[in-house]
Ligand binder design. Structure first.
Ligand code: NAG
Length: 162
């Protein structure tokens, strides 16, 4: 009997380990995309602030944070109320939260048969169940301009490397 109990623990540990590694390695949002999201959302202003309950560089909401598995900065408990604002106001924790969110909700919103940065921007701003809608004008124009600029820079870089 004690043997089978140990086996159960081992299986549980392995399952948790695999799930954790998967979430850790799946990072659908590129660095460029993260930068353009924060530019459109907050001007990438790192001042700790909440606007109508949406906090930090990426204006994360409590619901998104809970939905993404309550990631915390080191030393915080996932159960404490301040852990949300601490995470949202920490660039790494906030970005990781968005990564988890898109692993869960990533989809092709605009029907171009790719799941890409444009979709993630829409999912984050309008929610996974309304991401087909038009983005608000200001958000969309800053976001798209940033992505275009990044694309151009990447092409220039590739040209100089070749
Ligand atoms: C960043 O945000 C804070 C709080 O909203 C504001 O006081 C500050 O002026 C902003 N900084 C810049 C550079 O826009």
């Amino acid at each position: 009997m004690p043997g089978s109990k140990n086996l159960l623990y081992l299986c549980l540990l392995l399952t948790v380990g695999v799930a954790w590694t998967k979430a850790e390695t799946q990072r659908p949002i590129t660095e460029t995309c993260l930068v353009c999201m924060c530019e459109a959302l907050s001007g990438c202003n790192g001042t700790a602030v909440c606007v109508n309950g949406a906090c930090g560089l990426f204006r994360l909401t409590w619901d998104q944070w809970v939905d993404s598995g309550r990631l915390t900065i080191p030393g915080d408990s996932p159960l404490s109320d301040s852990s949300f604002t601490n995470c949202a106001n920490d660039p790494h924790c906030a970005a990781d939260t968005l990564q988890h969110y898109m692993v869960k909700y990533g989809q092709d919103c605009n029907g171009d048969e790719h799941e890409d940065c444009y979709d993630y921007g829409a999912i984050h701003y309008m929610g996974p169940f309304n991401c087909q809608a038009d983005m608000p004008y200001t958000y969309e124009s800053i976001f798209k301009r940033c992505l275009k600029r990044a694309e151009k820079q990447q092409k220039q870089q590739q040209a100089t490397n070749n």
